[in-house]
Every structure is written in structure tokens, then in C-alpha cells.
Design a protein around this ligand. Sequence first.
Ligand code: TYM
Length: 334
Amino acid sequence: MSKPVLFSGIQPSGDLMIGNYIGSIKNWVKLQDDYECLFSLVNMHAITVEQSPEALAKRSLDFVALYLASGIDPAKSTVFIQSHVPEHAELAWILNCSTYMGELNRMTQFKDKSQKHEHNINAGLFNYPVLMAADILLYQTALVPVGADQKQHLELTRDLAHRFNNRFERDLFKVPEPFIAEAIAGGRIMSLQDPTSKMSKSDSNKNNFIGLLDDPKTILKKCKKAMTDSGDVIEYDIDNKPGVSNLLTIYSVISGKPVSEVIKHFEGKMYGHLKVELGELIVDYLAPIQQRFYEIREDESHLKGILKHGAERAREQAQKTLQDVQKSIGFVLP
Ligand code: TYM
């Protein structure tokens, strides 16, 4: 029996940071033995906002190297760059023709991003969730590990799968399930300086996040500067103490200890203790990942070889699904 398929991806925008790691990569590593996994670097999504070409190219390879350094094993999992598999764009077009403007208008990420990039509200930004649906549906994906911010896109993906299955062929697409890290309350790690909004890798204020490649001094500094709340008792209370609660969540996930145990550990201590210890914990946790990253990144031809092989493997399945879809909707195959 073949394993169920798992698909996930990250956009090469900004600096890969601890929120992405906790919300997705950490789960990828955990799930990689139980699923047939595909991990994509979704560069076609990234160009929905303006990117510097040089930075985009460099960052794409950096991110893939970070996938591997974090424990993704290319011998087990398929690792590839989205634009290397043209079927993503082809299926996205077909899905676009059955997606309603009203559905896309409701997407909160579109609303947020249009506010942030008001000089560049392009059609790609609007259609972004359809491309994401294509990514997922092309591989007959069962499970999609993501942070809670992607849940709405997953719901649209499921709606589209049902729509095509009802209209054309019952088993055309597998209907995927989201996998949202249950260890994080609300499924999101929050910004260090503004714990009421989510941590984001493309935040212009880098003090808001801890980059996976930040050096120890920077990590310690960012943790020390993290915004905490009034009062001085270290307790978990999202509504009244969002800052402390966020730090406790990060501490808990990185240490692998439940929040209750972390709170006990800090009993009678001050916020400052939590910040210092959290910084040290993250430094130690990231050190081996960073070391592997620099080793992997040094050998670019090896990295590109992994990506070439990954794209070939991904394409086999992608072509099959696309052909089935084309046949079902009445496209004459060559
Ligand atoms: P992206 O690139 O913004 O983020 C990558 C992953 O990190 C998660 N994430 C977070 N998790 C917890 N706390 C946070 N503060 C946080 N910030 C980000 C995201 O939920 C995501 O899982 N549209 C996707 C990329 C994508 C994709 C896909 C994902 C494209 N196609 C198909 C899964 C399947 C995105 O923009 O993620």
C-alpha cells in the first residue's frame, strides 16, 4: 500500500523565521516517514509582490538548503521548486475558470496584502489562492501542514476539489485536510514587538521575528527586546498577556515541554529571566541547523541536483493529474 500524500510549500520572501519553522517545517520533519511528502519552494507565489530578482534567486536556494538542514531528507521526500513543474500554472488556469470573484474577494490574506502593497494590487495577488489549490490538488494530496493563516486558502482548495468532483468526475481530486500545529494556540506565532499580530518573514522590522539564520547575538538581543505585558507574573493568558504567552509558546515548542511545565520552571522569576533563557534555548536549538545549512549551501551543484531530481519526481504525478483533468473537462489530448 502506498502512503497518503502530504504537500506543503513556503514562499521565498523575506527571511525564513521561527514562525515558519514552528508552523510548518518542524511538522514536515515529523510527518515525513508516514507520508509520501512533497515540499515545494513556491517562487511563483512569491512574485505576487515585487521581488528583487537577485534576492529572489539567492533566497530560493537558501530556503531549500534550510529545509534540508532542518531535517528534510531528499531520499525520502520530494523537494522541488514550483516553477520547475509547469503543470502548477496549467492547472491553476483551469481552476481559475471555476473560481468565483466573490470567493477570492473574501480572502483575508488578499485584503491584508492589498493594504500593504497598495501600489501593486495585481491579478496574481488576487488569484494567489487558486495557484495554491493547484499546488495541492495536482498531487492528490491528503494532508497539508500549514500555519493557521493558510486555513482559509485550504478551505477554498477543498471547495474547488468538491466542485470539480461533482461537476466532472467523482474521484478527480482527493479532498485534502489541513494539519495545523496544535501545540500553538491559534496556530500562529505572534510578532515579538506586536504580539497581537502574526510573526511574518517579510516584516520590514526585523526585530519582530527571529530568523533561522540570525547569529546568537542577534537572537539574544531580539528576545530581550521582545514586548511583554504589564504585571510581572509569568503566566499563560492570551487575552491579557499576549506577549508573555507568545514567548511561553515558543519556549514550549522549542524545548519540547508542555507550557504548564515551562510555567512551573519560571515560577517566582521575572519576565527578564524568560527572555534570556528563551534566547539561549533558541541559540542552542538553531546552532546545528545553521551549521548544516552552511555546509549544504556551499555545494550549490549538489543542491541543484536534488532540486532537478525532485522536479522530475513531482512532474510524474503532476502530469498524470493534469491529463486526467484535461480529459474530464473536454480538452483534446495531443
Ligand atoms: P508562507 O510562505 O507565508 O509561510 C510558510 C508557512 O509558515 C506558516 N507561517 C506561520 N506559522 C505559524 N506562525 C506564524 N507566525 C507563521 N507565519 C507563517 C504558514 O502558515 C505556512 O505554512 N501560501 C503559503 C505558501 C503555499 C502553500 C502552498 C502552503 C503556497 N502553496 C501549498 C501549503 C500548500 C504561504 O504564503 O506561506
